[in-house]
Ligand binder design. Sequence first.
Ligand SMILES: NC(=O)c1ccc[n+]([C@@H]2O[C@H](COP(=O)([O-])OP(=O)(O)OC[C@H]3O[C@@H](n4cnc5c(N)ncnc54)[C@H](O)[C@@H]3O)[C@@H](O)[C@H]2O)c1
Length: 360
Amino acid sequence: MHADIVVLPGDGIGPEVTAAAVAVLQAAARRYGHTFHFDTGLIGGAAIDAEGTALSDATLDACRKADAILLGAVGGPKWADGAVRPEQGLLRLRKALGLYANLRPVKTHPVALTASPIKSHLLTGVDMIVVRELTGGVYFGQRTRTDTRASDLCEYSVEEIERVVRRACTLARERSKYVVSVDKANVLETSRLWRQVATRIARDEFPDVRLEHQLVDSMAMHLIAHPREYDVIVTENMFGDILTDEASMLAGSMGLLPSASLGDGRRGLYEPIHGSAPDIAGRGIANPCGAILSAAMLLRHSLGLEAEACCIEGAVADAINNGALTADLAPSGTAIGTEAMAAAVIARLEVDCIAVELRD
Ligand SMILES: NC(=O)c1ccc[n+]([C@@H]2O[C@H](COP(=O)([O-])OP(=O)(O)OC[C@H]3O[C@@H](n4cnc5c(N)ncnc54)[C@H](O)[C@@H]3O)[C@@H](O)[C@H]2O)c1
């Protein structure tokens, strides 16, 4: 198949990890006979420096025309106090493309368990997916600021809640048919609406899916204490942002976790959950696995290439479990760099794909 992919490397380690993910996509294209055309654009601080805006209309237009968008990360100290902030580009992109559901899978790998600060016996077999609402809530509400006060408005409509809960319940049907919806319904009105709508959608449209509710503060605790109990988690924008950073510690590193941001159509935005990591940028040591696994999600959700996606995921797991580890996961002295990690995945991708083809 032919696909047009816009790559937005962004800032900090963004260009390093997206280069690795593009190399893996090219390898998958070669292996399976696809043609992927890559167009590169600016976002975040890089766009502010070059174009005076965090996401230009021209780049947004290119994203609208593409089959999928692969993004690195935005932000950094250089732009922290400017009038235009790098994050504005990302928020604009998500909103403009109607990407309301952010899927964040969290899986543990046997060899990486020791990189987690959590006891290994709690982590074995963790395999969950957090569905974070992405275009509503406090991140998009009206902001006010005086010298002595500030406010950020948190709003949700019934429709915004319905569509993301539907997405989570649909995903659950392909997994264990169990969804935990996270809110703060004992305090917040938006959460009371969230809980009411989630209950109705599950009851009326997904009678085969078991829905439970959990308050976000206790969820923060249970996620660490009993991570294996969870399968699909659905929650609002800010709770999802915070809980998935916490969940990254189950896997051992921020650098391992991918995400897919989806709307009603097939076009999606794919990015690792981590930020631009200015502390390690430019050193060639960033873990590219979150970006590579995001590329696998791109193949699955935007291009419908399930076998190719599984092959990349298998290659990443195999590389990690055979000791190909970047500095965030490896004891000092044994770590490999970003490019070597991508090469390890590509080498296995080719072998794994042959194995899949022979089996089929
Ligand atoms: N989606 C995004 O683009 C996004 C998300 C979060 C933060 N940010 C921005 O990124 C900048 C830095 O934020 P932060 O430091 O809070 O979060 P961060 O995710 O960039 O880094 C947190 C820690 O994790 C490490 N880390 C992150 N990704 C890694 C990888 N791939 N391999 C190895 N180690 C990795 C970093 O070195 C750092 O120690 C800020 O400007 C922030 O606004 C952007």
